[in-house]
Design a protein around this ligand. Structure first.
Ligand SMILES: [Zn+2]
Length: 393
């Protein structure tokens, strides 16, 4: 090993979840990451665990790729003006989420809506979260809301400056499918991903986006297909699932009945790999530190999905759809993990059974880029067993 190499070894893993729907459970009790990237997993007896700079005894708990929230509305640091709340990102980390993806920094007081101003704010937001990770959490932000008057050069300028996401189409002045489609096409040409506000207005001042507008616009992700909060009629949700290949994003801050309709339709289409999860917080309903965990157990229990598959909605599916280097147990992926166990006194013989019965797991540790970012969660129900740091240098 080179001097200064950071070697993380996690041993005594009870269950290793991969984030991959095609093989959600891996055969292993040990995982190694070098300098923040996954290098190996398997049985401890077969692996070289010498020279660990951090050695963790998982104490037979479950390790999964850190959860991803595909839909948040951050503003700055670990503060949201939407509900005047501090440390909501730290609380979210305690819910097992290690990556947050902005769907627009729409709660910025005085948010600029002129083209120069909105570009400047998007670039600044991308930078301030790249330069500062609240409690270690990766916040992919700098997601401008498209407004009337933007031209192709604006999208090139944004991309050249490091912007990789569009905020929810429909939250700005662009309300027609033709203009939105043109702008989304320009964004895509320069490598910028897109999402759209689906459903009824979220708060006074926003508007309805129906299935026709979503399909015409053709974003990469159908943002909150179950509404945020107000869902589209059932026939439009089914039509969206059937008529395109876009990501089917289900959010906590939406309609739960519509969430189950989306899930069931995706399953009938054999396209569960399109299902990804978000909270859509902070929002009118507040912030949801356990929102992603709650979606995993709700969809698993009420949607009758094996828990190990439901976890893939919250990590691997999102990573694959959005081309991220997190969310999967794969060589070279970031060593971002959540370690969790069955909640104390919860029904079910195993963590997976307990989750499928609708219960939350207890989070015992999170790790980002190979570094321990939190230990026993202050927010989840207490886990039966907790991982321990054996040594760290
Ligand atoms: Zn929305």
């Amino acid at each position: 090993m080179e001097p200064n190499t950071k070697k993380l070894v996690i041993r005594n893993i009870g269950l290793l979840l991969s984030g991959k729907m095609e093989q959600p459970i891996l055969d292993a009790d040990c995982l190694i990451a070098i300098d923040g990237k996954i290098t190996e997993w398997g049985y401890e007896k077969d692996l070289d665990i010498e020279g660990a700079t951090t050695l963790i005894d998982a104490n037979s708990v479950t390790l999964a790729p850190g959860l991803i929230d595909s839909h948040i509305h951050p503003v700055i640091g670990d503060y949201t003006p939407r509900q005047q709340q501090l440390h909501w990102i730290d609380s979210t980390l305690h819910g097992g989420v290690t990556t947050l993806i902005s769907a627009g920094e729409v709660h910025m007081p005085g948010r600029p809506k002129d083209v120069v101003g909105l570009k400047a704010m998007a670039i600044a937001a991308q930078r301030w979260y790249e330069n500062f990770r609240p409690s270690g959490v990766k916040v992919l932000a700098g997601a401008p809301i498209i407004e009337e008057g933007m031209v192709e050069q604006d999208f090139k300028d944004l991309a050249d400056a490091g912007v990789k996401l569009l905020g929810e189409v429909g939250l700005g002045t662009v309300k027609d499918g033709k203009t939105a489609k043109q702008m989304v096409t320009w964004a895509r040409k320069y490598g910028i991903q897109s999402t759209i506000h689906t459903g009824g207005p979220s708060i006074p001042g926003s508007g309805l986006i129906d299935a026709d507008m979503v399909l015409e616009t053709g974003t990469d992700v159908i943002g909150h297909i179950n509404g945020g909060h107000t869902a589209l009629p059932d026939d439009q949700i089914i039509c969206l699932c059937e008529s395109c290949k876009m990501g089917l994003e289900i959010v906590h801050n939406g309609n739960e009945r519509a969430a189950l309709l989306t899930l069931n339709t995706a399953r009938e289409l054999k396209q569960l790999d399109r299902v990804i999860l978000g909270t859509d917080g902070p929002a009118g309903s507040g912030v949801q530190p356990l929102g992603i965990m709650r979606m995993v157990s709700m969809l698993s229990a009420l949607g009758d999905v094996p828990a190990e598959i439901a976890f893939c909605f919250a990590n691997g599916n999102t990573a694959r759809q959005r081309g991220l280097d997190v969310g999967l147990i794969e060589k070279g992926m970031a060593a971002d993990f959540v370690l969790m166990d069955k909640a104390q006194n919860s029904p079910g013989a195993t963590i997976l059974e307990s989750v499928q019965l609708g219960n939350l797991p207890g989070v015992g540790m999170t790790i980002i880029d190979g570094i321990v970012t939190s230990q026993r969660s202050r927010n989840t129900p207490p886990a039966e067993k907790l991982p321990q740091i054996e040594t760290t240098t």
